[in-house]
Every structure is written in C-alpha cells, then in structure tokens.
Ligand binder design. Structure first.
Ligand code: NAP
Length: 202
C-alpha cells in the first residue's frame, strides 16, 4: 500500500528547511512520494501579504525538480476561493487508490491552529499529520493533549534543524540586500531576482 506525503505550505519562498523537512519525513515515515502543495489563497492571510501563487508554484517546481521522490501539485493554486486543507486531502483521496495512507506535512505552528480549520474532525479521520519544529521549539505535551484529545496520537512532531531557516527571514534579507546564498537553492535565488520579488515592503 502506498504512503504519500502532502507537503503543505505557502513557500514564499521555498528554502532548504522545507526541502530537508520533506526528505527527512519521507525517510522517517516510509513515504513513497512527497507532493509539495503550495497554498492558493490562505484563509488566514491577507492577499497582499503573500506573493502571487504562480511565483510560489514556479519556485517550488524549480527547487524540487532534482529529487525523483518529490512532486508538485497545483491543486490549491488552481482552486478558486480560499485554500482549505480538507479540500486538498479529499482531492488526494480521489487521486490515489483506496487504502493509500496520506500524511499531511507542515510547520508545527500551523498544525497547532488546526482545531480552527474547516472540517477539522473529518480531516483528522482522513490523514495523519507530521508537524515540523524548529530547533529550540518547546512541545507543550499537556496543552496538545487537551487541544486534540484522542486525535493527538495522529500528530507526529519532529524537529528539523534546517528549519532554523525561515521564509520571513529570507524575504527580509532580500529586501535589505543581505546574502541569501546557501539558505535556498541557487535556481530559486535566480528566480527571485529575475522576478524582482521581495524588493520592497508589501
Ligand atoms: P504559516 O503560518 O505560513 O507557517 C507556520 C510556520 O510553519 C512557519 O514557521 C513556516 O515557516 C512553517 N512551515 C510552513 N509550511 C511548512 C512546511 N511544509 N514544512 C516545514 N515548515 C513549514 O503556514 P502556512 O504556510 O500558511 O500553512 C501551512 C499549511 O497549513 C498549508 O498547507 C495551509 O493550506 C494549511 N492551512 C490550512 C488551513 C485550513 O484548512 N483552514 C488554515 C491554515 C493553514 P516558513 O515561513 O519558513 O515556511
């Protein structure tokens, strides 16, 4: 039976922290494939706070093209209206044979907001979660148990040292002319400068 990772994120821009998270999750959770799914219009963010979906999608494709186990899906970008994880997971259920295990991989901060997500209860029945944490992140086990109840066992927290890199920091570096080399793939850096992304505050 196949096991598929759905790597959800804004990826504005994608960086080595994301790529290491996906590769480490693939190994740790025995995934056959990790599909990166850049968000369309995130329900919790103002449109002006996020780069155009087409740019984020292209950067994600460029960054992942050298890994045969990685893929990129545009389903959230193509879907009109706000992006909800439940819609994405339901579409993945249709795409893969019955019995395929789905693991939704994303940042721990996002996962800890999940009780407020659309159809949260159904979502928890359809897949497991991998919640990536940055170094130094303190897991509040009691709070997590209180928030999620029996669903807490479906959330796999794991620390990714490379997540010391953050998209917010990269955007600020580009804006202020500080170096970004070695934080994300060169091909993505070239795209950022060619497309004049992050050059002025939005
Ligand atoms: P976010 O609030 O921008 O990110 C939260 C934190 O997680 C940030 O520190 C971020 O670091 C990190 N992060 C994000 N994606 C990651 C990934 N794939 N691997 C490792 N770290 C990651 O969260 P977001 O990107 O908007 O949303 C994350 C996912 O949750 C998306 O798939 C989104 O669709 C889903 N979501 C769904 C709902 C809903 O269904 N109602 C609501 C909110 C979010 P960087 O900034 O460095 O990436």
């Amino acid at each position: 039976m196949q096991r598929i990772g759905i790597m959800g994120g804004t990826f504005d821009p994608i960086h080595y922290g994301h790529l290491v998270t996906a590769e480490q999750a693939r190994f740790t959770f025995g995934l056959d494939r990790v599909v990166f799914v850049p968000t369309g219009r995130p329900p919790h963010k103002q449109e002006k706070d996020v780069s155009e979906a087409e740019h984020r999608l292209t950067m994600t494709r460029l960054a992942t093209q050298s890994n045969v186990h990685f893929g990129v899906s545009s389903i959230e970008v193509d879907r009109p209206g706000p992006t909800y994880a439940i819609d994405t997971v339901r579409e993945f259920k249709q795409l893969y044979p019955p019995g395929t295990d789905l693991l939704f991989i994303t940042g721990a901060d996002a996962v800890l907001q999940m009780t407020g997500w659309k159809d949260y209860d159904v979502l928890m029945q359809l897949c497991e979660f991998v919640a990536a944490t940055r170094p130094g992140y303190v897991l509040e086990h009691e709070r997590i148990a209180q928030m999620f109840g029996p669903n807490a066992s479906k959330i796999n927290f794991f620390e990714v040292p490379a997540l010391a890199i953050s998209s917010t920091d990269i955007r600020a570096r580009v804006r202020s002319g500080r170096p970004v080399r070695y934080l994300l793939p060169d091909v993505v850096i070239d795209y950022i400068f060619a497309s004049k992304l992050y050059t002025c505050s939005r």
